[in-house]
Ligand binder design. Structure first.
Ligand SMILES: *Cc1c(COP(=O)(O)O)cnc(C)c1O
Length: 451
């Protein structure tokens, strides 16, 4: 039997329907079959290696086939692979809940589990709505969201998100939400600071709360970075103002830390940079260091207490997924938190993100790069047709795809979002690998913007 790349591609394309893909693209865009991974590198079936500059879709934190996480999952596998979490429990989920509530913003003491990010958003949305019903405020059933936000692909998550490309077609199926302009600092006026712009944009949120708080269950947002929306960033002051406004208006604050949690923005959770505690916090992706599907919604005692009653009141949160709190996934998450605890990861990342920022800032001088922005271990370069006017390239030209293809040929996995080239590497990346990744992106930008 053939074991070259082409053999696997042929078999794959006969049956596998890939996510977020126009399958016809694979008539000319090569599909890459991966045989193994080690550290920040992936290897195909012909031995070609690719530096994983996007952490395999923002999930991987400590490299592929990490020996410590492997050992933890293997040990758990010998004991218990899965058990129903209703009526039963197990050690990994108990220990993980203790560990998560210990590192989360103080006051988030309760953990509800699901098995992917979108499901965690569904849980948070249902839980907030149900909370208000349980406390006799059933009219509070709407959600306030930011323009350009992303919260996942299931119908509830899609409804509270705002990336047109993913949402528009399904609009007839979605609940109606209140959308407020994003504080996205790419849109700041020249000479305006991030904080000034962010503060100015909060006016819209305050107005929406004043008008709709009586019918609103929660505001949901991605703290500090709108990742799928093109790595657009804003100042922490927005979160500070939002926390105070949500308290004033009696509306929940749902922090979707699915992409930005676990050290991505420089602190364990992005909310910490504003010193706030959300009412509900969604976690996934890096939760298991990118090993296994798992998500969690952390919440407070008051929220938990509103569901705690005699069965016949039907106040319970009767939401479940078959694999809720899977023991193998929990064991990977525990190993991940242990690495944070023992290895001084956030400290080490400060040096890496300084290197990354310094190298990437050189891209700023390119005639088709409008901005290079950074928050911790996320750095993005925004490509434009006209730098002075900040006029974007038409999306139909797919300039990002040209960069993706060039990077692959040079052994780097970059996957621009539209016209935004970004780096979101695993934390085990070395300074030399950072230099390689940025250099290849520079070549790709050159190539993609020359005609
Ligand atoms: C990826 C992501 C989700 C959805 O998570 P899935 O596991 O892909 O369903 C939700 N919110 C944010 C901010 C994300 O980046």
């Amino acid at each position: 039997m053939r074991t070259d790349n082409a053999a696997y591609v042929e078999r794959d394309l006969a049956h596998v329907w890939h996510p977020c893909t126009q399958m016809k693209d694979h008539e000319h865009v090569p599909l890459i079959p991966i045989r193994r991974g080690e550290g920040a590198w992936l290897e195909d079936f012909e031995g070609k290696r690719y530096l994983d500059a996007i952490s395999s879709w923002w999930v991987n934190l400590f490299g592929h086939a990490n020996p410590r996480i492997n050992a933890a999952v293997r040990a758990q596998l010998e004991r218990l692979e899965q058990v129903i979490l209703a009526g039963f429990t197990h050690e990994p989920v108990i220990r993980l809940s203790e560990a998560l509530t210990a590192v989360a913003p103080a006051g988030l003491t309760r953990c509800f589990y699901a098995d992917n990010g979108s499901s965690a958003v569904e849980v948070a949305v249902k839980m907030s709505f149900h909370y208000w019903r349980n406390v006799g405020r059933g009219e509070k059933r709407r959600f306030i969201t930011l323009s350009n936000s992303y919260h996942g692909e299931t119908l509830g998550a899609l409804a509270v998100g705002n990336v047109e490309l993913y949402k528009d077609i399904y609009q007839p199926l979605l609940m109606d939400v209140i959308t407020v302009p994003s504080p996205d600092c790419y849109e700041r006026d020249s000479g305006e600071s991030w904080a000034e712009h962010t503060r100015r944009k909060f006016v819209h949120m305050e107005a929406a709360l004043q008008r709709h708080a009586h019918e609103t269950a929660a505001v949901i947002l991605e703290p500090l970075v709108q990742c799928a929306g093109g790595m657009r960033m804003y100042d922490p002051v927005y979160l500070t103002l939002l926390r105070a406004a949500c308290d004033r208006h009696q509306v929940h604050l749902i922090a979707d830390e699915i992409a930005v949690g676990f050290g991505r923005t420089g602190t364990m959770f992005a909310c910490e940079q504003a010193g706030i505690r959300p009412d509900l916090m969604c976690l996934s992706k890096g939760l298991t260091a990118g090993y296994l599907p798992l998500s969690a919604v952390l919440t407070t005692e008051p929220v938990y207490a509103a569901f705690y009653d005699e069965y016949v009141t039907l106040n319970a949160f009767l939401h479940s997924h078959s694999f809720t709190g899977n023991p193998l996934a929990c064991s990977a998450a525990l190993a991940c938190l242990e690495i944070f605890r023992s290895d001084g990861v956030l400290e080490r990342n400060r040096a890496l993100s300084a290197r990354l920022g310094e190298r990437a800032r050189a891209l700023q001088d390119h005639p088709h790069v409008a901005e290079v922005r950074q928050r911790g271990m996320i750095v993005a370069a925004e490509l434009v047709r006209d730098k002075a006017a900040r006029e974007p390239y038409p999306w139909q030209q797919r300039r990002g795809l040209a960069i993706y293809r060039h990077a692959l040929s040079r052994g780097v996995l970059l996957r621009p979002v539209g016209n935004v080239v970004y780096f979101m590497p695993p934390y085990v990346i070395t300074p030399e690998e950072i230099d390689l990744m940025v250099e290849v992106a520079r070549e790709g930008i050159e190539l993609a913007t020359c005609a």
